[in-house]
Design a protein around this ligand. Sequence first.
Ligand code: ATP
Length: 476
Amino acid sequence: MRTAEIAKRYLDYFAKHDHLVVPSASLISPNPTTLFTIAGMVPFIPYLMGEQTPPKHRMASNQKCVRTLDIDEVGKTTRHGTFFQMLGNFSFGDYFKEEAIHYAWELLTTPQDQGGYGFDPEKLWMTTFTDDDEARSLWINEGVDPEHIQKMGMEDNFWTTGGPGPGGPCSEIYVDRGPEFGKEGGPIADENRYIEIWDLVFENYEVDNVKSKTDLHIVGELENKNIDTGAGLERLAYLMQGKNNIYETDEVFPVIAAAEQLSGLKYGENEEADVRFRVVADHVRSALMIMSDGVRPSNVGRGYVLRRLLRRTVRSMRMLGVTDPVLPTLFPTSKNAMEASYPELNDTFHEVSESAYGEEDAFRRTLETGTTILDVAVNKAKHDSSEPIVTGEDAFKLHDTYGFPIELTLEMAAEQGVKVDEAKFRELMAEQKSRARADALKKRHNVDLSVYDDFKKTLAKPIDFLGYTDMSARAK
Ligand code: ATP
């Protein structure tokens, strides 16, 4: 079953159970403390917190998410993407634990020819919060083998916003991939064999004084209890499509196939190369989706995350032996794989791809000059010591003269088994900053400010604002 069809079945199922299905919100998080939308519930926070009235008390969505926290896992585990889609059903003071558990079980286990996902109940495992006997009994009532329900503590199975407000226990659903993928004993024993697919959060408490996940105060029961669930679409897809990981699913794999063509290498023959293929496929798709939501490469915030994704793609392709531009092939491939689910990608693709190709060209120039300098520094370090470290001075020179950000130097040195004296680098950066500040101050004191004198005189007179009554005032 294709990824788009899996998403459709989810949304159809919850629409049938009276949920209002809404389109994904932008990847640009509405929450000022996070750069990207990291979970399906993010756009619904005002409803979950009781700050706004939802258009309906049951809602569902397929939300685009980006989690850069998981970047180091990408390509190495079978289940972590920087971009992924989170299916979710939500109840704002409407149904609670019993229905949430029933819906999840029914959708997962109903045969595919009857509109469900057709998972074998014997392969499903659950975790519940330690004290949540109710969730345990509800799963057993649905027909879950009691041996397949494991208890987890506060750290894993209790959700809060991180501050005062709603909180509550979770119950996670896992699929057992079989003995060839790891140890027996359920998700507690092996989270690579037992893959988490869906997390159900039962928000029934009001909490405050949240110092950490394990150190908080439960004030009492919420008057309006909420349900917030998140199911990983790519994880469902890889398990239902009988693939080995999320990168081999229909919306992601075409980029690996295109990278095989570009490199002349075959995916599946060498683990180290395979990790690079998977990183490329993941990062190209993330970059495309982030750019289509309006972000452009830059040196700060979201733009910097995007820049890193594009640069890591280019470098991973270099490690697969490709030094020619790669994005003009990989970007359209990813767009073609995603457009069935996101036809709007076509509206901005021309501009998005031109910007990505420009970024690749600029980075290729940076790499051409800087790589030789880095290689010299690495070889010098290897020659000087059995525990080689690139000096802070060399890292600084790479940054200052060749535009190599420290992350790039760290990554490229690590690929050759070499560390970098980051502390010294940061010290040199701080010195440079304070020199620049002192120079700027000196300049400001020497500037002739008399040009502003006339302006100051005008400001001394009161100005009438006419805009409320006279819309043509600006043009006059
Ligand atoms: P894990 O522990 O496996 O990293 P998580 O506990 O961080 O997952 P949640 O925050 O509960 O996951 O997210 C809900 C669901 O979203 C998960 O059950 C999973 O199916 C999916 N998911 C989470 N992170 C990712 C990711 N980086 N890539 C793909 N799917 C993800």
